[in-house]
Design a binder for this molecule. Structure first.
Ligand code: HEM
Length: 396
């Protein structure tokens, strides 16, 4: 197929948001990487960037590949999704981020660390006693649903709905399909809650959302934007970490030698967490809008087109990683893009890391062997993770 300048452009006719591609995306990502640095996806009217070096460069080029017109793979959602932190460009983005990120920066996290550590220890004690359990419901969900949801400070009705709202928010950010359409009523519910439920009087004093109202009082953010930023806390703070924890458990269960290594050498915990997020990026990809022509290693993406930046593909790019499909604790993995890269890099990654680290530290003392069975995957337009993961702990 020729582009507007009569250059041949690489294409790939695939629906990346079909059930099959969601459940088994990696062969499609390899095909995209092999076909070219930027590949046109006619099914979605999108370019795809899948190679590690090109993904990092694209994320760094935030003044050309912008987020301010939304990061979804469908126009309807991009039209209504502006104003939140994910979909704001510099210089406004940097100023806002400083304000809303305060609770998940080191000082904010220090205040909650002890609670996270103790909750993780109690949970692992319970699960060792129990022996066999569902790794998602009984383990991965525990810290996000108990500690993190409380830190946000939402009234009880909000806390109960967080997982449903978060899953729908990510479904809406994918392609224009039935799953996206089915998410709309739930998204409206979330918006209604953020506008009229999570009000100043209803949220817990001292909580993250209460902090947003204080920031508005101090003139640091526009008071009208508090509901938007409340969504920035609700949507990405649970499922992402829950899924990453599930992947971490699964891979440690499948690689008992690596669990032994981690127990002998807990200094590798940080690496284990990064490696789990590398091998199964919980957010598979988000899009950007080309505000000007953008060159990807010789392929030009014209101004006005949209491009999906595939974090999950970059993390398995054989041009960058040796044996990318292998979970390896010893890999130098600091440049994975599972948390994104550049100005929009994950705001909550220190919190996610703290939760996962607390679980592993508690397990190292108490669990000699992890058994994991066949996981059941969720089907979500953007997220990758399990609904269920059969697990057994053998006590140390
Ligand atoms: C393992 C868990 C997590 C993963 C894999 C993850 C992944 C990501 C990724 C890939 C991005 C980049 C988006 C982009 O470039 O467009 C991002 C941004 C973001 N994440 Fe996370 N995330 C995780 C946990 C969390 C948590 C716990 C929070 C809680 C506050 C959070 C809040 C955010 C926010 C607000 C942004 C937008 C930042 C911005 O636009 O400046 N995330 N995350």
């Amino acid at each position: 197929m020729l582009d507007q300048h009569n250059h041949r452009r690489a294409e790939y006719d695939v629906d990346l948001y079909s059930d099959d591609a969601i459940l088994d995306p990696y062969d499609h990502y390899r095909e995209i990487r092999d076909r070219g640095p930027a590949v046109w996806l006619p099914c979605h009217d999108l370019w795809a960037i899948g190679r590690h070096a090109d993904v990092r460069a694209a994320l760094a080029a935030h003044d050309v590949l912008i987020s301010g017109r939304g990061v979804a793979a469908n126009d309807e959602v991009n039209k209504i999704a502006n104003n939140n932190i994910l979909a704001t460009d510099e210089p406004a983005h940097g100023k806002l981020r400083k304000v809303i990120a305060a609770p998940v920066m080191p000082r904010g996290l220090a205040a909650v660390k002890e609670r996270i550590v103790v909750t993780a220890q109690e949970m692992i004690d319970r699960l060792v006693e129990q022996g066999t359990f569902d790794g998602m419901r009984d383990l991965a969900q525990t810290l996000p649903l108990t500690v993190v949801s409380e830190l946000l400070g939402l009234p009880e009705s909000g806390r109960q709905n967080m997982l449903r709202w978060a899953a729908a928010s990510f479904d809406a950010l994918g392609g224009a399909n039935d799953r996206r359409d089915a998410a709309f009523p739930t998204i409206l519910e979330l918006r209604e809650f953020c506008n009229n439920g999570a009000t100043r009087d209803a949220v817990k004093p001292g909580s993250w959302v209460a902090g947003l109202y204080e920031a508005a009082d101090a003139g640091l953010i526009d008071a009208d934007l508090v509901p938007q930023f409340t969504r920035d806390y609700i949507a990405p703070s649970l499922d992402t970490t829950i899924f990453a924890t599930g992947h971490l458990m699964y891979h440690l269960g499948q690689n008992p030698d690596q669990w032994d290594t981690l127990r002998e050498n807990p200094r590798l915990i940080g690496n284990a967490i990064n490696e789990a997020i590398r091998i199964e990026a919980p957010i598979r990809g988000f899009t950007r809008y080309a505000a000007a022509d953008y060159d990807v290693d010789g392929t030009s993406i014209p101004k006005g087109d949209r491009v999906i930046v595939l974090f999950a593909s970059a993390n398995r790019d054989e041009r960058h990683w040796d044996q990318p499909d292998r979970f390896d604790l010893h890999r130098v993995v600091t440049d994975h893009v599972g948390f994104g890269f550049g100005v929009h890099q994950c705001m909550g990654m220190q919190l996610a890391r703290l939760e996962m680290r607390s679980i592993l530290e508690a397990m190292i003392e108490r669990v000699a062997r992890i058994e994991t069975g066949a996981p059941v995957f969720e089907v979500n337009n953007v997220l990758r993770g399990y609904r269920q993961l059969p697990m057994t702990f053998h006590a140390a």
